[in-house]
Design a protein around this ligand. Sequence first.
Ligand SMILES: [Zn+2]
Length: 185
Amino acid sequence: MEELTLQLIPENDPKLKEPCEPWDFKLDGDPTELIKAMTKVMFNPNHPGIGLAAPQCGVMKNILIMGTDEKLMAFINPQVDELKGEKELFLEGCLSYPDLWLHVPRQPECVVSYQQIDGEVIKEKHLEGIQARVFLHEYDHLLGVTFEERVQSKLSLELAKKRRAKKKRQVAKMAKRLSKVSSPT
Ligand SMILES: [Zn+2]
């Protein structure tokens, strides 16, 4: 069987704003290959991340992964059953929005339920700190909500986008200068 390969969809793809469908183990089968392909996208050395939701690759299913090489966690059909604590601001990035960094308020703890890769139901898992942060960001993707929509003010989003555009222009300028330097005389 040919290996499944996935790619990130661009940030203006309307799919990023659409809710996903549950993964049906009977109809959809074993999600192992899909999760492997998602892992490759997440660990791509050109843009490594610590979390990824299936819809970011255009797969409209309730699956998210997070973690590192050593410890990868896959959540199939996850649900947030409880959110705890006062919202805290934290700087977030997103593989779907290269170079955009936003301060996003989220609660610091959550209790979630989900299915494992083998379909087993986990009824209660507590997440806190960076795990809760990443989980809630990725879970939002499954609902069709991106971190742009979670920022406190439109102004801070606009400023962050301006900073990104400026950085892009600077990089383009530098690349132009470099190409002049390296061109043969
Ligand atoms: Zn994201």
